[in-house]
Design a binder for this molecule. Structure first.
Ligand code: BGC
Length: 322
């Protein structure tokens, strides 16, 4: 059987899987992302590969052929070095070479959202699309472009850095060093920030939300916002409406540039489903240029959910094993 490993390295977690030719995840391994050490990330990734290699052997799947890494940062055109990452501690990180040396396998590095876009295009909500844009809403915002069955990487490997489109001049400081980037208003971090701010202004309305933590706005974590919104907590719902609104207006900006037939929305926050998608679609349609004179792109949820990145990375790694 032909199996490759895909690993999605995000701002909070490292999620790996053993993936077959049809994009099925046959085994999984996971670690927290070490916050401040790039060496710690490399060791954790190598650990994940070893764990999955042992699982492959044990269940008779044989040797792993190659490893694909989806990295939350700007990857070079040789698919090996992470030049810079706003939310992970990487600076000219030779990630591909380090992981390859540690596990003795060919390794390809791709931007995490590009990998997710590829996963959704090959096996998920983007199957059959000719012009698809993926937007991942997690710690930051990532993007991936598929055009005529190919991943568009740009001249230097850095296309689709949508999270750093400036939405608010002189706005909130971003991990990239600029101000007002889209991901400061429409990511998982932005959702948490909105919920905490609203909860501290209107504690009585946020009873459900605050009750899920230690009763203080600081005690609220990302998942609480989704859980509380599902219970009808007005503050949590308002936080989703705000973040969904920012997401939708940003999609309209991307549509003005790229005019895709479908937007596939993935990443951890997209698992909240309609809580995010309903306000996002409404804002997208009202901000879209020439709304009444054009086809409107579909805005759909990623069908592989949070697995899209690791499945896409594993599939891209297959090129190395041919
Ligand atoms: C990074 C992207 C990444 C995205 C999602 C952004 O801050 O610049 O490279 O794809 O976060 O992880």
């Amino acid at each position: 059987m032909s199996v490759t490993v895909g690993i999605d390295i995000g701002g909070t977690k490292i999620a790996g899987g053993l993936v077959d030719l049809e994009g099925m995840v046959l085994a999984r391994a996971r670690r927290e992302t070490p916050a401040r050490s790039s060496g710690g990330i490399v060791s954790a990734v190598i650990d994940v590969v070893h764990e999955l290699a042992a699982a492959a052997k044990k269940s008779g799947m044989g040797e792993i052929e190659a490893v694909g890494l989806g990295a939350a940062g700007l990857v070079d055109e040789t698919r090996s070095i992470v030049h810079f990452a706003p939310n992970v501690n990487w600076d000219e990180e030779p990630l591909g070479a380090e992981v390859s040396a540690g596990c003795g396998l060919p390794v390809i590095v791709e931007n995490d959202a590009n990998a997710a876009a590829w996963g959704e295009f090959r096996f998920g909500a983007g199957r059959g699309a000719h012009a698809m844009v993926a937007v991942t809403v997690g710690t930051g915002i990532g993007g991936g472009i598929i055009h005529r069955d190919r991943l568009v990487r740009g001249s230097f490997g850095m296309a689709a850095e949508f999270g750093h489109i400036v939405k608010v001049p002189d706005g909130r400081l971003c991990g990239c060093g600029k101000r007002g980037c889209w991901e400061q208003y429409a990511s998982g971090n932005a959702l948490l920030r909105a919920a905490r701010e609203l909860a501290s202004e209107r504690r009585a309305d946020a009873a459900v939300l605050l009750g899920l933590g230690d009763g203080t706005p600081e005690g609220v974590i990302g998942q609480h916002v989704t859980w509380a919104a599902r219970e009808g907590d007005p503050v949590a719902l308002e936080a989703f409406a705000a973040v969904g609104g920012w997401l939708g207006t940003g999609l309209a900006d991307v549509a003005a540039l790229l005019d895709p037939e479908v937007f596939v929305i993935g990443g951890g926050v997209s698992e909240a489903g309609d809580l995010l998608m309903v306000p996002a679609r409404a804002a997208f349609e009202s901000a879209l240029v020439a709304r009444d004179h054009r086809p409107v792109a579909a805005v759909v949820s990623a069908s592989l959910g949070n697995d899209a990145g690791l499945i896409g990375a594993a599939d891209l790694a297959r090129d190395l094993s041919l």
